[in-house]
Design a protein around this ligand. Structure first.
Ligand code: COA
Length: 160
């Protein structure tokens, strides 16, 4: 059910933050926008992606972007819908452009995404964090994620 919900993952954020511009459109990134995603990732060195441990055959992947008023990509989230199980979504990568961080964009984008995933039938969101990335672990725990395991990486899950 979650895997078929990609069309609803499109929304506008109006942030009461100190950065300008304050309006962001979140939508799936088009195939022809690969240059923008490469550019954003190149400005955030050290960002790692983690794939779901096992993926059901019905899972789909989706790349969501937050675009500012000038249609410049400022945040990127790679998501697996229906992975590792049908009622779950898995965040493979989440990166906010460095100069847009600590202003609420990551929280606002993820919170609205989680709400929409829940409406689409998702019951859990999972992801993994490198042990040398305590800032990311704190960010996710503040958003309601709890540790479900640890090994090469910290495994986190949020129940919806
Ligand atoms: C993790 C990441 C996506 C968070 O995005 P972000 O837009 O900076 O997130 P927010 O601004 O919503 O929250 C970050 C912090 O700023 C604080 N904050 C939010 N709005 C704020 C505001 N208006 N003023 C001051 N601080 C604010 C939050 O409380 C939060 O604090 P915390 O880190 O102690 O929890 C971003 O830091 C990033 O791209 N990191 C590098 C890549 C990475 O590690 N990704 C995760 C891999 S698992």
């Amino acid at each position: 059910m979650v895997a078929g919900s990609a069309a609803g993952l499109r929304f506008t954020l109006d942030l009461p933050s100190r950065t300008e511009p304050r309006h962001f459109k979140v939508r799936p990134v088009a195939e022809g926008e690969g240059g923008a995603t490469d550019e954003l990732i190149s400005h955030a060195p050290g960002v790692t992606r983690h794939r779901p441990p096992a993926t059901s055959t019905a899972a789909t992947t989706l790349r969501l972007g937050a675009f500012d008023d000038l249609r410049v990509l400022r945040a990127l989230l790679d998501l697996h819908l229906g992975a590792p199980s049908a009622d779950c979504a898995f965040v493979e990568l989440f990166v906010v452009e460095p100069r847009y961080r600590n202003a609420g964009l990551g929280t606002a984008m993820f919170t609205e995404l989680a709400r929409r995933l829940k409406d689409a039938g998702a019951r859990r969101i999972q992801l993994e964090v490198d042990h040398d990335n305590p800032n990311a672990a704190r960010f996710w725990k503040r958003l309601g994620f709890a540790e479900t395991g640890t090994g090469a990486r910290l495994q986190l899950e949020k129940r919806l």
